[in-house]
Design a protein around this ligand. Structure first.
Ligand code: 5AD
Ligand code: SF4
Length: 470
């Protein structure tokens, strides 16, 4: 890629912050503090974006609620990865008509990946007239300006410029969690897997500068965060667009060198760029958690080729073997799509073979969902929904039995886990994570939330482990 990344000038961000101050003056003049509801769908990148939207809202003088009726501003931060996600958003958005009828001053906003799809924006324009603001991921940094316009002159705003994308630093954040934090290291995707909408709505790959990432990590560690996940659509291609030479392994090394007792995780990785150098760096860096999420999507080479994944299954398995040679107890997870157009049942069975061979600790399984504008959506798709469902159920059943066996092998072991919150289960009131990020339900006192503790695993099922403090 020859393109260098555009960074939004600091003066433009400052201008947005001055809109925040003007709005904060309006907020202060109200009899009560106005509230906002930010409703997030989809992946961690969206969670991270919502933290920035909340950061801006907080600077505008808004408090937060999860009650639609109480909110002056409602933001739906949406996901376009599968149809099911879109249907949920449209259902919830439709229901807001009634809320807005009772609260005509309410401002309703739709952002995120769905907002960036032209056909969705058109549908909202015509059929969801109660929506005031639609903006795509590329202009999230202008959110205060949009709200300022709506507060001072009403009307509707649609801002979904089709761009390669830029980097905006210096946007305030309000984080949801006190123990775990997301740090975006790059945005966008250049891979164009044939089923995936992400490259169309999130633009081209672009990397934040290492010093900006490192400063954010240092601040988080100083605030007491213990679990930091470096985020990107495809973190393994970090740095390809930077002027100073830098790659993901190099970044990991630098994050690992930040002083403090914390864990480093990252996602998502693409097998084609997961290199021996990365594996060696993971093995060497003591803060990098022993876990890798490495989607393989399908177990058959013909299907992988049509998916435009740019690797074979043997290459994938070679990488897994190389990684396990360096980190034998590495926790492995993956994403799989069942029912890609033209995938036959014997081809699907190759996916089962990969499960048997690798024995992932957990798997994220999806039935193929056609996305408007992607090459796969135009491909012949002769298999019935019923047959796809049967295959999907076979896949889930196999993985369940593997997960159950892998979890059972933890029983009796003692390991250092991070207690990350309450579980809602009275017998095991705490929730914790093993170094490899497996969920542990834990007995004990909430005072240890946010700490690393030694945990003895006493029981397990296919979803989680159970334990007590050792
Ligand atoms: N249909 C089904 N699953 C999809 N994914 C991405 N696009 C689609 C689609 N059109 C899955 C992939 C990806 C994960 C985030 O979502 O497995 O890794
Ligand atoms: Fe989509 Fe493929 Fe990019 Fe992942 S790597 S976001 S599946 S195009």
């Amino acid at each position: 890629m020859e393109r260098t990344t555009t960074t939004i000038p600091q003066a433009d961000i400052d201008r947005q912050l001055s809109f925040c101050r003007e709005i904060a003056a309006l907020s202060a003049a109200r009899p009560e503090q106005p509230l906002a509801f930010v409703d997030t769908y989809g992946c961690q990148q969206n969670e991270a974006d919502s933290e920035r939207i909340r950061g801006y809202l907080s600077q505008m003088g808004y408090g937060f609620t999860d009650q639609e009726e109480e909110a002056q501003i409602i933001v739906l931060n949406t996901c376009a990865i599968r149809e099911h996600a879109e249907q949920r958003v449209l259902g919830n958005l439709g229901a807001l008509v009634h809320v807005k009828r009772r609260h005509p001053d309410q401002i309703i906003c739709v952002c995120g990946c769905m907002a960036q799809e032209q056909h969705v924006a058109d549908k909202i324009r015509q059929s969801f007239r109660h929506v005031d603001l639609v903006f795509g991921p590329h202009v999230l940094w202008k959110f205060p300006e949009f709200i300022h316009t709506l507060l001072t002159s009403r009307g509707r705003i649609f801002q979904i410029p089709d761009e390669a994308g830029s980097i905006a630093e210096g946007i305030p954040v309000v984080r949801q969690d006190k123990v775990k934090a997301w740090v975006s290291i790059m945005y966008g995707c250049n891979n164009f897997c044939s089923y995936c909408i992400v490259p169309y709505v999130r633009g081209r790959e672009r990397s934040r500068k290492p010093e900006d990432i490192l400063n954010e990590v240092r601040e988080l560690v100083a605030e007491g965060y213990k679990d930091i996940t470096l985020l990107g659509q495809n973190v393994n291609s970090y740095g390809k667009d930077l002027e100073e030479p830098m790659d993901f392994a190099g970044l990991l090394e630098q994050v690992n060198a930040v002083p403090g007792d914390f864990l480093i995780r990252f996602m998502t990785s693409h097998p084609k760029d997961a290199t021996q150098k990365l594996f060696e760096t993971m093995a060497r860096c003591e803060k990098v958690a022993p876990v890798l999420h490495l989607p393989f999507q399908a177990g058959n080479d013909r299907v992988l080729k049509v998916m435009n994944r740019k690797h074979t299954i043997e290459q994938y398995l070679d990488k897994i073997r190389a990684l396990r040679a360096l980190i034998p107890d590495i926790v492995l997870t993956s994403d799989v799509i069942v029912g890609f157009p033209g995938e036959t049942t014997p081809e699907f069975e190759d996916t089962l073979k990969v499960l048997e061979e690798v024995r992932f600790d957990a798997l994220f399984t999806f039935i193929y969902s056609p996305r408007v504008g992607t090459p796969a959506a135009k491909m012949d798709d002769p298999m019935s929904r019923e047959e796809k469902l049967q295959n999907f159920n076979r896949l889930v059943a196999l993985q369940d039995s593997i997960s159950e066996e892998k979890h059972a092998a933890y029983i009796g072991k003692t390991m250092r886990c991070l207690v990350d919150g309450e579980s809602g289960d009275s017998r095991y009131p705490l929730s914790a994570r093993t170094p490899g990020n497996r969920l542990v339900r834990l007995t004990g006192d909430p005072a240890v939330i946010g700490q690393f503790v030694q945990v003895k695993i006493t029981d397990a099922n296919k979803w989680s482990l159970f334990g007590e403090m050792a």
